[in-house]
Design a protein around this ligand. Structure first.
Ligand code: TYD
Length: 139
């Protein structure tokens, strides 16, 4: 069972350096920006319009989701409440705690969804069936 809820998640503003002349840079650093250490990075790109990604929950994985280019929306569901976040700034990340069903959709053309994750890939950490997820939350 996992009692996390959608209000445990929030937008984190990243440490950024901006210059009219030289452009912008945002930084994520272990031990400073996040409540977890980054063990894995992956990113979604060339996602056709109308496609929904995600559609699962994690038992113990923490993630920071960043729209490094373009925009998309992330909907989080704790079994009782849903919250949707529109991500469209490369200097902001959505912290997603374990135990939440997530879907990612409304990808703009050229969107890149970068995910910083607290663990290496482990299929056993996934809950891919929604009714199993509801039992996990309420059981
Ligand atoms: P999937 O979980 O279906 O993607 P999404 O949740 O974004 O819709 O993952 C697609 C495939 O990629 C699936 O076969 C698992 C594999 N995969 C890895 O091998 N390593 C990873 O770190 C991730 C995130 C996925």
């Amino acid at each position: 069972m996992n009692r996390s809820n959608v209000y445990d998640c929030s937008i984190i503003e990243l440490n950024s350096f901006s210059s009219d002349r030289r452009g912008n840079m945002s930084v994520v650093e272990n031990g400073k920006s996040l409540p977890f250490d980054v063990k894995r990075v992956y990113y979604l790109y060339d996602v056709p319009g109308g496609v929904e990604r995600g559609g699962h929950a994690h038992r113990s994985l923490f993630q920071l989701i960043i729209a490094v280019s373009g925009s998309f929306s992330v909907t989080l569901d704790d079994g009782h409440l849903k919250r949707t976040f529109m991500l469209n700034r490369p200097y902001k990340g959505l912290l997603v705690v374990p135990g939440l069903w997530r879907t990612i959709e409304d990808f703009s053309s050229g969107a890149v969804c970068m995910v910083l994750a607290s663990s290496q890939y482990d299929e056993d950490d996934y809950i891919r069936d929604y009714s199993e997820f509801m039992m996990y939350k309420n059981g």
